[in-house]
Design a protein around this ligand. Structure first.
Ligand SMILES: Cc1cc2nc3c(=O)[nH]c(=O)nc-3n(C[C@H](O)[C@H](O)[C@H](O)COP(=O)(O)O)c2cc1C
Length: 424
């Protein structure tokens, strides 16, 4: 595989400038031409949709989860909805349609080989997602072996589905919140197949790093983060809940990103998570993807954004990552992977500031008098002659709220010494 993407970018003069940035990634013995993956879900539920991911520019495709549990292969309709109509942009509800329609035997013989073939044509890694019957180890082993025998290059064990446990006990997130159960399943699968295995974590678990560490100890080759939590929506006009007959939906979207970043950092900070991590949650563009890489992920994965914006999003995001690398002079993603982790400070070690140690400072040159900062809870700021003034600085808590609202970046938080603590 060519590990460098060589691109020729037209200069204004018409000459072509050669650019080289290495966006390929390697882990678990696999080579990925880029770090933007299609996560498991409707965007990759058949050879046709898998091919769309490949054409759209994904570096790997994780297919819709396959399970032997018959009740998880039947589902109500509708099953995929957005909450955009209610003002919640960039969201997705996924319900009922839990897993692939096909029984494992059918999938393994008829669908899997075609998905693998399609991916090979585009030099894309195919990863088979599976979910066994709860803690029944034998069911996981036979499912994993069946997929390996039929050509799966790698497996993702679904320890993350938000609502499968309502139908079949100790499946999905329920299993993924129990480090011992997750360990035992991962260890058993590891023992019985040769291909790389990854375990997918649930965002519903507070101590998800411990589950990730248990999976690494069990021999998993990598960790996938994160699946969605569960949500419900109420439709006032129809005096009902939205999306009926399904009521509890896997609910995700862009709003999940800060929580996913926090938990991603936690996973990377746990010294017992000794294997690579891929994934994200709430990724809509290259900036979002880069945040997860700066925190240590080898790659990212997307679902709802692709459902909303289409398969070309993979290419747009890889392009955006390359542009960022060119702008910052970064040749290889390894240079920035995890680079901001050491800057994360535990709450225990934060500076013990007292009121008055740190206050707001306003740059009048930049202020346009928009009055957004007037919401200051302590009445520090007044508008005088059309400009913001910190008239009661002794009341300032140095909280930063006004600074974060100021669209002109006219505010800074400064220390007593005048040193800038934070600015945009
Ligand atoms: C409609 C829908 C169906 C999904 N099905 C699966 C699935 O079968 N297996 C799985 O591991 N994750 C499944 N997911 C979770 C996604 O793979 C992904 O982890 C989650 O949506 C968060 O990523 P995103 O913010 O990019 O959407 C599904 C998500 C949605 C919205």
């Amino acid at each position: 595989m060519n590990t460098f993407t060589t691109r020729f970018v037209p200069l204004q003069s018409g000459r072509m400038e050669q650019k080289m940035s290495d966006i390929s990634v390697r882990f678990a013995g696999l080579e990925f031409k880029n770090p933007v993956f299609a996560s498991s879900g409707p965007i990759s539920d058949s050879p046709d949709t898998v091919e769309k991911c490949c054409k759209g520019g994904a570096g790997a495709v994780i297919c819709k989860t396959v399970t032997p549990i018959p009740q998880l292969r039947v589902y109500p309709r509708p099953h995929d909805l957005s909450l955009e109509k209610f003002g919640l942009d960039r969201t997705g509800l996924g319900c009922g349609k839990l897993f692939a329609d096909e029984a494992p035997e059918i999938w393994a013989k008829e669908v899997l080989p075609r998905c693998v073939e399609v991916c090979a044509k585009y030099d894309v890694v195919f990863i088979q997602s599976i979910l066994g019957d709860g803690k029944n180890i034998d069911s996981w082993i036979s499912l994993a072996q069946m997929m390996e025998e039929n050509g799966a290059p790698a497996l993702e064990l679904n320890f993350s589905c938000p609502h499968s446990s309502a139908v079949a006990q100790m499946t999905g997130a329920q299993l993924g919140m129990d480090p011992v159960a997750a360990h035992d399943v991962a260890a058993a699968v590891r023992k019985h197949v040769k291909i790389p295995i990854f375990t997918k974590m649930t965002s519903r678990c507070e101590d998800v790093d411990q589950v990730a560490a248990a999976c690494a100890a069990a021999g998993a080759d990598g960790i996938s983060v994160f699946n969605n939590p569960v949500g419900l929506w109420v439709d006032l006009e129809n005096l009902s809940y939205f999306g009926q007959p399904a009521s509890a939906w896997g609910y995700g979207g862009a709003f999940m990103q800060p929580m996913a970043l926090y938990k991603t950092a936690k996973v990377h900070q746990n010294p017992n998570v000794t294997v690579p991590v891929y994934g994200g949650t709430g990724i809509w563009n290259a900036d979002d993807a880069l945040r997860f890489i700066l925190l240590g992920n080898h790659a990212v994965q997307l679902q709802i954004a692709v459902m909303e914006l289409g398969y070309d999003l993979f290419k747009q995001i890889t392009d955006g990552i390359e542009q960022y690398m060119d702008r910052k002079g970064i040749a290889d993603l390894a240079e920035i992977r995890g680079s901001i982790l050491p800057k994360l400070v535990s709450n225990r070690d934060l500076p013990p500031d007292k009121k008055g140690d740190v206050v707001i400072s306003i740059d009048e040159e930049r202020c346009i008098g928009c009055e957004r900062c007037k919401c200051c809870m302590w009445g520090v700021i007044e508008i005088q002659n059309g400009l913001a003034k910190a008239v009661n600085i002794d009341r300032c808590h140095g909280c930063g709220w006004c600074m974060s609202l100021c669209e002109q970046n006219a505010m800074r938080v400064i220390e007593k010494s005048g040193e800038v603590r934070m600015q945009f």
